[in-house]
Write a protein that binds this ligand. Structure first.
Ligand SMILES: Cc1ncc(C[n+]2csc(CCOP(=O)(O)OP(=O)(O)O)c2C)c(N)n1
Ligand SMILES: [Mg+2]
Length: 550
């Protein structure tokens, strides 16, 4: 006779789950036993937070929920940052947690936390499984909720008595494809009219543009309209091959060079913008008109209040929009004349050979060793702004950047997940010396799994971004520096390879050698952060937006 945990695992197999990440506890042991004899691989991590980051990244890259598992109380709570990461970042994920038996209580309140309540604000759905009979439908529903727009995390708690209870073999619910409705004809007509009338149109690609299902539709829209585009940080790399129309990425909210184009535009077609992101530009009463194209209606904010909306499945809706305007746009390329100037300023000092290297040089050199389809997974720190601003992409969804929860510690686990999903591509995690140490224990997981991954640690012996903001706000330099372990020996202690870059011209050969060797590599390179203030404050303060007669 099957037991509850067998039904749960069968229901997960029914959804096509092939791996579960996590740290089991006593209360999960029935599930672990059911997994042992299943086709699902249990991937142990060294912290539940990393398991959740990996599962969320699985969802982000495939559109199918990644699954993670933890015990009750402390284990479940360690998933919470990952839950928020997936919730703000719209990544489908299923979290499974254990719980003490609900029908009898022999341990009083030992380790008991109201995990359902704790997960409520961090998930789209958080439910306790109270009987075996409902397991197949609950799992099916959890997957639907996680995947449907706006995607995100769901949570199921399986108490140990339900997990171990023998039960009848309840039939599973077969999944079926569900199409997302396409935008209404009137909305498409209205948007087409606005685009046809625009004198200086500009496309903006935002976070939701990165859903794997919309990749082809987006590329087609850009190609057919030839309207130049810029991206938000999380929209970076959503359009493949659109290189000659790329105007930049808005790493800052205003005054950057890309804002020369934004400020000059009279219409912005904002595709997939999600206001969880730090604003890519600030709307004002006299700025450009904005058409919001996305799966979900716009959230109206002080800085974002679109004038028209095209809501529906983004790919097919854009196809219908392109049908209405293709070949009829006379001003599509009006802003393209600004492109060279914007991109030229961005690449300033990209090949300068000072030691330690500048962020611009590091971004430039990293690009040289990553093939077009290689994947970059960024942690959170000062360098993220530089990568967002300066890194160019050629293939869709090749930059994993979190501008939603913007949590430190996700760089290594998200890079590990990308490497597991795409073992034939080069994958690099870029981390600060602060963020790396928040989940560095996962080096053991990476080595154990035998994956290929290069981790570049940018060392400034500080929580650099906060230290920089402290300086920009005229606070004295205080309280934000630390020491580091010897990263080379640290890597070696895990059975990984460690490298220290000792000269600027050594960065490319070191990274290249690391990729060629395969396995897990930690490459440490110091970074000269004096550029933060020189460029991102002084230069941009002096930068006056281009004013041209309209
Ligand atoms: C979990 C978490 N804690 C704190 C912060 C606030 N924070 C943002 S960037 C940063 C410093 C990052 O330091 P490091 O990883 O060394 O990168 P650096 O900026 O020095 O390049 C901090 C503390 C955060 N985003 N996430
Ligand atoms: Mg640092």
């Amino acid at each position: 006779m099957p037991k509850g945990s067998d039904l749960l695992v069968a229901a997960l197999e029914n959804e096509g789950v092939d791996r579960i990440f996590g740290v089991p506890g006593e209360e999960n042991l029935d599930v672990v036993e059911s997994l042992r004899t299943s086709g699902i691989e249990l991937v142990l991590t060294r912290h539940e937070q990393a398991a959740a980051f990996m599962a969320a990244t699985h969802g982000r890259l495939t559109g199918r929920p990644g699954v993670c598992i933890a015990t009750l109380g402390p284990g479940a709570l360690n998933l919470s940052t990952g839950a928020a990461y997936a919730h703000l970042g719209a990544m489908p994920m299923l979290m499974l947690t254990g719980q003490k038996a609900i029908m009898s209580s022999r341990q009083a309140r030992f380790q008991i936390v109201d995990v359902i309540a704790a997960m409520k604000p961090l998930t789209k759905l958080s439910r306790q499984i109270v009987g075996t009979a409902s397991i197949p439908t609950l799992v099916r529903d959890a997957f639907r909720v996680a995947m449907e727009e706006r995607p995100g995390p769901v949570h199921l708690e399986l108490p140990e008595d339900i997990a171990g209870e023998e039960c009848a073999d309840v039939p599973l619910v077969p999944p079926h494809p569900i199409e997302i409705p396409v935008a209404h004809r009137d909305a498409l007509d209205r948007a087409a009219e606005m685009i046809l009338q625009a004198r200086r149109p500009l496309i903006m690609l935002g976070a939701a543009a990165s859903r794997p299902r919309s990749t082809a539709g987006l590329a087609g829209f850009v190609r057919r309209t030839q309207i130049p585009f810029f991206t938000t940080q999380m929209g970076k790399g959503t359009v493949p091959g659109g290189g000659n129309l790329y105007m930049g990425t808005a790493a800052l909210s205003e005054r950057d060079y890309v804002h020369d184009a934004v400020d000059r535009a009279d219409l912005i077609i904002a595709i997939g913008h999600d206001t969880v992101e730090k604003p890519p530009f600030i709307m004002g009463p006299s700025g450009p008109r904005v058409i919001h194209v996305s799966y979900m209606p716009a959230n109206v904010e002080q800085v974002y209040f679109p004038h028209a909306e095209v809501v529906g499945d983004v790919g097919p809706s854009l196809e219908l929009l392109a049908d209405r305007i293709e070949g009829r746009l006379h001003n599509a390329g009006a802003l393209l004349k600004l492109r060279e100037g914007i991109l030229g300023r961005i690449t300033d000092r990209a090949t300068e050979d000072r030691w330690p290297p500048t962020p611009q040089r590091i971004v430039h050199d990293v690009r040289q060793v990553i093939p077009p389809d290689g994947i970059l997974a960024l942690d959170n720190g000062m360098y993220k702004i530089w990568f967002a601003r300066n890194y160019r992409t050629y293939v869709a969804n090749t930059v994993l950047l979190d501008n939603a929860l913007a949590t430190m510690g996700a760089g290594l686990p998200s890079g590990m997940m990308a490497s597991m999903l795409y073992p034939d591509r080069r994958v690099m995690a870029v981390c600060g010396d602060g963020g790396f140490m928040m989940n560095s224990q996962e080096l053991e997981t990476a080595v154990r799994l035998g994956i290929n991954l290069v981790v570049l640690i940018l060392e400034d012996k500080a929580y650099g971004m906060i230290r920089w903001k402290q300086a920009v706000d005229d606070f004295p330099d205080f309280g934000l520096t630390f020491g580091n372990p010897d990263f080379v020996r640290y890597a070696e202690a895990y059975g990984a390879h460690g490298w220290r870059v000792g000269a600027t011209e050594k960065l490319i050969p070191t990274l290249e050698a690391a990729f060629k060797a395969g396995g897990v590599h930690l490459v440490v390179c110091p970074i000269d952060y004096s550029e933060n203030t020189r460029v991102l404050v002084d230069e941009l303060r002096a930068h006056l937006p281009v004013i041209e007669p309209t």
